[in-house]
Structures are given as structure tokens and as C-alpha cells.
Design a protein around this ligand. Structure first.
Ligand SMILES: NC(=O)c1ccc[n+]([C@@H]2O[C@H](COP(=O)([O-])OP(=O)(O)OC[C@H]3O[C@@H](n4cnc5c(N)ncnc54)[C@H](O)[C@@H]3O)[C@@H](O)[C@H]2O)c1
Length: 365
């Protein structure tokens, strides 16, 4: 088992990582002992991992039975309506301000449950028990919570840090391979954006991760969480450095939106977006061509596409990038690579390099 901390002063919190972590009552007891607890999960995850958590909660000495809230599965349920239903259940059960929410599931459950915690009676504390790789290395750490609006993804939300994150690597054993690969995109992102040594480790160990070897998983998740924790501690509310976490995301969002939400998983689009960012950086002379190839090769070995779909021509791609929320003051800003492990946010990029990258992608796909 490994523990690292997100350093946010008096809101500092631990991230516990290891096989069987969610089944250890002592991980949950410090936060939940003697309190009433609502578990927010979904109908896919509950039958797989609900019982272990129930047993763990009982062992942690929570007050009474947990209030069990099972949502339907899917991003389409990440809405204010779902949050309202959760709030109704909490009120009906008379949970008070000292009660806690536990989010058991992927990023969708974590975002919804975290947002419900942020606004229930002006905010109650919550614990994340993420069960997808993406949630374990990204969404459960950092305090962004929220839901979608018909006019935009993640447009309603709040910053609300969890009290603890409990990452049980065993939960990945039931995760569909496609979801695992999508999570690996975010893992690779940390290496590319700020940790060249980790990137090299990933080149050596990507097959062990795909084979779900516990030691390799723990290492990769710990390094990823450490990267995210460091960025979040330095810039909790995304005024500057936190934006570097968006490496590959501007291209990725364009793919997700352009192909229709759900056709590409978020992580799949981010994987392709990072390969595009790497190629564009090489074109601008920021990144050695050999390093861009290394980036692309690793993304490919993780089982991810490196070229955007042929359906999106450059003009459509530009249009889709223009409506991305990373645009500030009307100028498109992109996260590019100055080298492996060295991402930089810039509005001052070479438009020809962008055009070539979009053209090449569309033609080559
Ligand atoms: N808050 C943040 O900082 C942040 C960061 C990145 C992404 N997100 C959000 O996260 C969401 C995506 O998260 P995700 O990729 O985890 O998707 P998800 O929550 O939809 O989970 C993917 C699928 O896997 C299932 N699942 C989860 N755990 C499982 C397990 N152990 N075994 C079998 N099936 C399992 C889920 O039920 C779902 O069907 C998006 O809504 C995105 O906006 C938030």
C-alpha cells in the first residue's frame, strides 16, 4: 500500500493506493467512523464492488446502515436532474451536515457525487473510491466536481476537494479493456507533460500495465496522482499551471464533439490529441522529431489511435477547437511540448504547423 498527500494546507488529503484498499476498513474509518454515510454508485459498479465497500463501511464503524444510491450508468445521466434526485434522497434520509458521501465508481459517479456533496446543505465532506483507471489517476484527485448542461459538458460545477481518495487497484480487474486503454492515455499525459523519467518508465512497462500487474499499476497510479497533486497544490483553481493538464485535450474535445459524444471515449480522444500536439510541437521545432515519434509510439502501444478520424477535415476541426472552453480572450491557446516531460501553454503558436497537423491527420486517417 502507498499513501501520498495532496498538499492544500488545512484541506490536505491522503490518496491511498493498493490492491484491496477499498476493503480495508482502516482506510475509511478516519473519515467515516461514527458518521452517517451515503454511498453514491451506479448499477454497473455496485454488483461488482458494492459488497466489498459495504463490508468495509461496517468495519469502519459508520453510524447505522449506509444510504445506498445507485444511479443508472452513463454520461447521459451526469445532469442536474440526477443531482436533484440524490439531494432528495439525502434530505428524505435526514442526513445532516456531519454526514459524508462516498463516491464508488468512475469519473461520472465521482463528478456527480462530489457536486452533490459540494452543495448539500452548503457543502458536506466526501470520499472518493474511484474504480476506473481514468478516475484513479485524474478525476478523483483535484476537487473538480460537476455535471453537464445541454449547452456544454461540465458547465455546471464547483471546486470541492475530497477528504480522502481510496484507490483499490483490484477494481481494475473488472474494467473493460477499452476503458483501461482510455485511462492509460491520462497516465501517459503525466509523463509527457512533466515527468520525462516516468515517460521512459512507461515505455519499459506499458505491457505490464495492460496485463494489470499490481506492482506496475501501483507505480503508475502513484506517479500520476503525484503529478496531478503537485499541479493542483500549486494552482488549485486553474489560473495557470493547472491548464497544462489539458495536454491533448483541445484536440481531444474537438474529436469527442465532432464524432458525437460517446463514439470516442474521452481518454481515447486525449490519446489522439496528445499525438497531434506532439507532431505539431515537432513541426514548430519545439520537440525533436525522434521524441515526437516516441510519444506517438507509446500512445499506439497503449492501444490508442494517433490520427484523428477522417470524418473531421481541417476546417471542421478548427471550428470545433474554437468553441472549446480553453479559448480565452478570443485567442486559441494550446498545450504543446517543449520536450518530453515539458508542456507549455501558448497562444503564440505557428498556424501553419497547426494547419499541417490537421491536414495530415485528416488525410492520413
Ligand atoms: N473532475 C475531473 O477533474 C475530471 C477529470 C477527467 C474526467 N472527468 C469526468 O470523468 C468522466 C469519465 O470518467 P470515466 O472514464 O471513469 O467514465 P465512467 O465513469 O463513465 O466509467 C466508464 C464505464 O466503466 C464502468 N465502470 C466503472 N468502474 C468499473 C469497474 N471497476 N469494472 C467495470 N466497469 C466499471 C462505468 O459504469 C462506465 O460504464 C467524464 O464525465 C469526465 O467529464 C472529470
Amino acid at each position: 500500500m502507498e499513501t501520498l498527500n495532496v498538499e492544500l494546507g488545512d484541506r490536505r488529503y491522503p490518496i491511498h493506493i493498493g490492491p484491496g484498499e477499498a476493503a480495508h476498513p482502516e482506510r475509511l474509518a478516519p473519515e467515516l467512523s461514527g458518521r452517517r454515510v451515503a454511498v453514491v454508485t451506479n448499477r454497473t459498479v455496485a454488483p461488482l464492488h458494492g459488497e466489498a465497500l459495504r463490508a468495509s463501511l461496517a468495519g469502519a464503524g459508520i453510524r447505522g446502515e449506509p444510504l445506498w444510491i445507485e444511479l443508472p450508468d452513463g454520461e447521459s445521466h451526469k445532469t442536474l436532474a440526477t443531482v436533484e434526485q440524490i439531494l432528495t434522497r439525502l434530505l428524505e434520509a435526514r442526513l445532516d451536515r456531519g454526514s459524508r458521501i462516498v463516491a464508488l465508481g468512475g469519473g461520472v459517479v465521482g463528478d456527480i457525487a462530489g457536486f452533490a456533496a459540494a452543495i448539500y446543505q452548503r457543502g458536506i465532506d466526501f470520499v472518493q473510491v474511484p474504480t476506473t483507471l481514468l478516475a484513479q489517476v485524474d478525476s478523483s484527485v483535484g476537487g473538480k466536481t460537476g455535471v453537464n448542461h445541454p449547452l456544454g459538458k461540465n458547465m455546471i460545477g464547483a471546486f470541492h476537494q475530497p477528504r480522502a481518495v481510496v484507490i483499490d487497484t483490484n477494481s481494475l480487474n473488472t474494467l473493460p479493456t477499452r476503458e483501461l486503454r482510455a485511462g492509460l492515455a491520462e497516465v501517459i499525459k503525466y509523463g509527457l507533460m512533466k515527468d520525462a523519467e516516468f515517460f521512459a518508465w512507461l515505455e519499459e512497462n506499458i505491457d505490464r500495465l495492460l496485463a494489470l500487474e499490481p506492482e506496475a499499476l501501483i507505480h503508475a497510479i502513484r506517479r500520476s496522482c503525484a503529478c496531478k497533486a503537485e499541479v493542483v497544490a500549486a494552482d488549485e483553481r486553474e489560473s495557470g499551471r493547472r491548464a497544462l493538464l489539458n495536454l491533448g485535450h483541445t484536440f481531444g474535445h474537438a474529436i469527442e464533439t465532432g464524432m458525437g459524444y460517446g463514439a470516442w471515449l474521452h481518454g481515447e480522444a486525449v490519446g489522439t490529441g496528445m499525438a497531434m500536439a506532439a507532431r505539431m510541437s515537432a513541426r514548430m521545432g519545439w520537440l525533436a522529431p525522434a521524441d515526437a515519434e516516441r510519444a506517438e509510439a507509446l500512445i499506439r502501444r497503449a492501444g490508442l489511435e494517433t490520427r484523428a478520424p477522417a470524418e473531421l477535415d481541417a476546417a471542421r476541426f478548427r471550428e470545433l477547437m474554437g468553441i472549446d472552453k480553453k479559448v480565452s480572450d478570443g485567442r486559441l491557446r494550446l498545450v504543446l511540448l517543449r520536450g518530453l516531460g515539458n508542456a507549455e501553454l501558448t497562444a503564440d503558436f505557428d498556424d501553419d504547423a497547426l494547419q499541417h497537423t490537421l491536414d495530415e491527420t485528416a488525410r492520413a486517417a
